[in-house]
Design a protein. Structure first.
Length: 161
């Protein structure tokens, strides 16, 4: 119902409504003490979607950064404990001049797409991990490349289950 109310508001924003007569009709529904029939207009403002990233890794920043040097400010993952064949959600916050971010673990490597300058995000699935590797902590490497080809690498520890 909340998604429907959000869709309705997106299709018919309040400023595009034709007459002020709609406002008095919406006001009693919002002020109504009846909790069984909440107003669809009030529902989206009281609901926030939780972040899918429960693990945030903030690397130590250098004291002095040369202009044009790519920086990684934070790496966000869906969990600090990743499961074999399970989902992996990645968000990397970088300096705005970064043109490419690559993730690497062992022989596996993948490009993380740019969503906006300084924002790289990916949603993927981990490969099958051998049973013997369960419980091992590994470092995921994130490599940010600047426009001149200069690179910065950050290692993020995660446990594989």
């Amino acid at each position: 119902m909340i998604a429907l109310a959000t869709l309705i508001l997106a299709l018919d924003p309040p400023q595009s409504r034709p007459t002020p007569a709609v406002v008095p009709q919406a006001s009693p529904a919002v002020a109504s003490p009846n909790p069984a029939s909440p107003s669809p207009i009030a529902a989206p403002s009281s609901t926030t979607s939780p972040s899918p990233y429960s693990y945030r890794f903030v690397p130590r920043q250098p004291a002095h950064v040369t202009p044009g040097t790519p920086q990684i400010f934070a790496v966000y993952l869906n969990s600090k404990q990743l499961h074999s064949q399970g989902p992996i959600l990645i968000k990397v916050s970088t300096s705005p001049d970064v043109v490419k971010v690559v993730s690497r673990s062992g022989s596996q490597e993948g490009l993380i797409p740019m969503v906006a300058p300084g924002d790289f995000e990916a949603n993927s699935k981990l490969p099958k991990i051998p049973f013997i590797a369960a419980g091992v902590t590994v470092d995921l490497q994130f490599i940010a490349t600047g426009p001149s080809g200069e690179k910065t690498t950050v290692s993020v520890p995660v446990k594989i289950l």
